[in-house]
Design a protein around this ligand. Structure first.
Ligand code: UD1
Ligand code: CA
Length: 453
């Protein structure tokens, strides 16, 4: 059966106290609406309609996608009115309603819900709540069948005692929706066109109302302020941590681990506290990551070790290679197998061959460094003349003396050496020593200046 999805995202979100539209606030590094859109995509619908209003231009700009259709709801007159704005674009047999500020809803839950919608049956996602204040209540007959949803503000004391709340998420037979929405009225406590009034209409038309339960309250929780946003963030991170541990990862403290993107992870990986993974990260078997590391869009090959306080972005760390503590590997950094990068070393667009080493305090940019080459402490590539960037290429088994300045463009052949403290401006052929420094003079009997009285 075909499916259209409508995502409601027009509300203001005053309680965020923000110039950013509510649905653009991030959970795990991605906007709330971005999460909902990705979940919607996983259901392979015929169309995705996003109803926008407050901050419409910003939302459209940030989330534009060829498979999304944005519909503007100029005035927020209620959830029923919001869905009605998308009606001209709906033609599928089933219509699923989602919310841009309910980011943790899972595709599996929605699949279960969708399995229950049919031409003569509407499907509601409900949730059992300890405190249902503010939620629409699911009103059932004595035989248990759903009769209506009554909004909190319109509910009697007896109805307010009901703990089964409406999540707002529902799936309806598309053929009936237009007619029901056309019959909505706004004569209620909030003066809004309630989507929830569709339930009583469907019952009156002889349809069955099926229900499905959310896994827990946070899965269907919306974020109206930054406190709720933080709750959703923690819930997301707990879920991510539990999933990784189930896959064979040791997290020294699952409460101090943050995933802001996607990770594929091998077995017997050890992740110490306060590690943040961002973007697309691939971690192979037996990798160890020390405390306080940020790793973004990177690949760590088997047995790689990232020591404490390292920052990796767009990097590949080879098999058995290690870096840090305090390594900064910027985009285009590639460490070969068993290569070593020590403390306070920055790499950018630089390749270290197998077994190559840069142990301390260096900047290596736009460099190709051969296998087993050793970079002395304090070495820098002078790769930028203020206008253009130039490349430094080193062969295998090169030895760069400490505190060398390598002025690119530069080629150093296999087995070349540079003297410590050299400023190297010319190529150094293979197996040759390049020395580029003033000669030392010793002045005998030198008198230190004396303080004038
Ligand atoms: C709604 C449900 C309620 C349910 C609750 C769960 C209705 C009438 N009530 O109430 O049964 O328990 O969600 O949180 O549907 N929106 C628009 N345009 C509008 C109005 C709302 O896009 O004109 C969006 C809002 O941005 C928000 C969502 O729809 O993301 C829900 O709207 P809101 O007014 O907050 O509904 P609730 O009062 O929470
Ligand atoms: Ca709400």
């Amino acid at each position: 059966m075909s499916l259209d999805i409508v995502i409601l995202a027009a509300g203001q979100g005053t309680r965020m106290r923000s110039s950013l539209p509510k649905v653009l606030h991030p959970v795990a590094g991605k906007s709330m609406l971005g999460h909902v859109i990705d979940t919607a995509r996983a259901l392979k619908p015929r169309s995705i309609q996003v109803v926008i209003g407050h901050g419409a231009e910003q939302v459209r700009e940030r989330l534009a996608g060829s498979d999304l259709n944005f519909v503007v709801q100029a005035e927020q007159l209620g959830t029923g009115h919001a869905v009605a704005q998308a009606l001209p674009n709906l033609s599928a047999e089933r219509v699923l309603i989602l919310y841009g500020d309910v980011p943790l809803i899972e595709a599996q839950t929605l699949q279960r819900l969708l399995a229950k919608v049919a031409a003569q049956q509407l499907a509601l996602l409900t949730v059992e709540l300890a405190d249902p204040t503010g939620y629409g209540r699911i009103v059932r007959d004595t035989d248990g069948s759903v009769r209506a949803i009554v909004e909190h503000k319109d509910a009697s004391a007896e109805q307010r005692a009901i703990r089964e709340g409406n999540t707002g998420i529902l799936a309806v037979p598309g053929a009936r929706l237009g007619e029901w929405l056309g019959r909505l009225s706004n004569s209620n406590a909030q003066g809004e066109y309630y989507l929830t009034d569709v339930i009583a209409m469907a019952v009156a038309d002889g349809l069955q109302i099926a229900t499905e339960r959310a896994q827990d309250a946070l899965e269907v929780q919306g974020a109206n302020d930054r406190i709720q946003l933080a709750e959703l963030e923690r819930h997301y991170q707990q879920r991510a941590a539990r999933r990784l541990m189930a896959e064979g990862v040791t997290l020294r403290d699952p409460a101090r681990f943050d995933l802001r993107g996607q990770v594929s992870i091998g077995r017997d990986v050890l992740i110490d506290v306060n590690v943040v993974l961002e973007g697309k990260v691939i971690i192979e078997d037996e990798v160890q990551i020390g405390p306080n590391c940020v790793i973004k869009d990177s690949t760590l090959r088997c047995g790689a070790i990232v020591k404490a306080n390292s920052h990796l972005d767009g990097t590949e760390v080879g098999e058995g290679a290690d870096c840090g503590p305090f390594a900064r590997l910027r985009p285009g950094s590639v460490l070969g197998a068993k290569a070593h990068v020590g403390n306070f070393v920055e790499l950018k667009n630089a390749t270290l061959g197998d077994g190559a080493k840069a142990g301390h305090l260096s900047y290596l940019g736009d460099a190709e460094i051969g296998a087993r080459t050793n970079i002395g402490a304090g070495t820098i590539t002078c790769n930028y003349d203020g206008a253009n960037k130039f490349k430094t290429v080193m062969g295998e088994d090169v030895f760069i003396g400490s505190n060398s300045s390598l002025v690119a463009p530069l080629n150093l052949g296999d087995g070349a050496t540079t003297g410590a403290g050299s400023t190297i401006t010319e190529d150094v052929p293979a197996h040759t020593l390049g020395l580029g420094r003033g000669r030392q003079r010793n002045i005998e009997g030198w008198q230190r200046p004396k303080k004038q009285s």
